[in-house]
Design a protein. Structure first.
Length: 193
């Protein structure tokens, strides 16, 4: 599928948005590196005329995430395998102690600049997380109608204290990686924000 200039819908029906965490500290062997899936999210991408590298500014993207929709899908490492009970408990901690989803129900990203080529692009934007808006950068590529890429997010830059347990012996690394693999679904009449 060729991607032409125009608006495209983004969401879980056309791809995945995943968060990957790693562990650190003296007790790291006891914990798990996690893969967390965002199950409710939507966005829009507008591709500028013919993906002209001379005019990447004609492209933009917005994404909105339901912060309550993060679900632990996989845990690797650790002394014991991740159980269903562990997944529920991690989800509860994520909602209540890390993202404070009652006060901050959405996470948003809005691009401010797009540059590069379809094979290798960079998107600068503003990420609002736990009510704090800061710059964030996404890197990716577009091929055969799919957009793939990632962003490194340092939690403490948004005022989030990385989760720790066992009196600090087991901690999540401050940096988490957000990865996406999404098919572009054409939509009619996408307005520019």
């Amino acid at each position: 599928m060729d991607v032409s200039a125009g608006g495209y819908g983004l969401g879980p029906e056309s791809g995945q948005l995943l968060v990957h965490t790693t562990r650190t500290g003296l007790g790291a062997k006891a914990g798990h590196d996690l893969t967390i899936e965002v199950t409710r999210w939507h966005g829009e991408a507008v591709v500028g005329p013919a993906l002209d590298p001379a005019d990447p500014a004609g492209s933009w993207v917005t994404v909105e995430v339901d912060a309550d929709s993060l679900a632990v899908r996989q845990g690797t490492g650790g002394v014991k395998p991740l159980t269903e009970s562990d997944r529920r408990e991690i989800g509860k901690i994520l909602r209540e102690k890390i993202l404070h989803t009652r006060r901050h129900p959405t996470i948003t990203f809005r691009s401010t600049r797009v540059e590069g080529t379809p094979e290798e692009f960079r998107v600068e934007g503003e990420l609002t997380l736990v009510g704090v808006t800061r710059p964030a950068e996404v890197r990716g590529s577009l091929a055969e109608g799919r957009v793939r890429g990632s962003a490194a997010i340092v939690q403490s830059q948004w005022g989030i204290r990385p989760y720790s347990a066992f009196f600090g012996a087991l901690k999540l690394s401050d940096e988490v990686e957000v990865r996406f693999d999404v098919g572009l679904v054409p939509e009619e009449g996408t307005p520019r924000p």
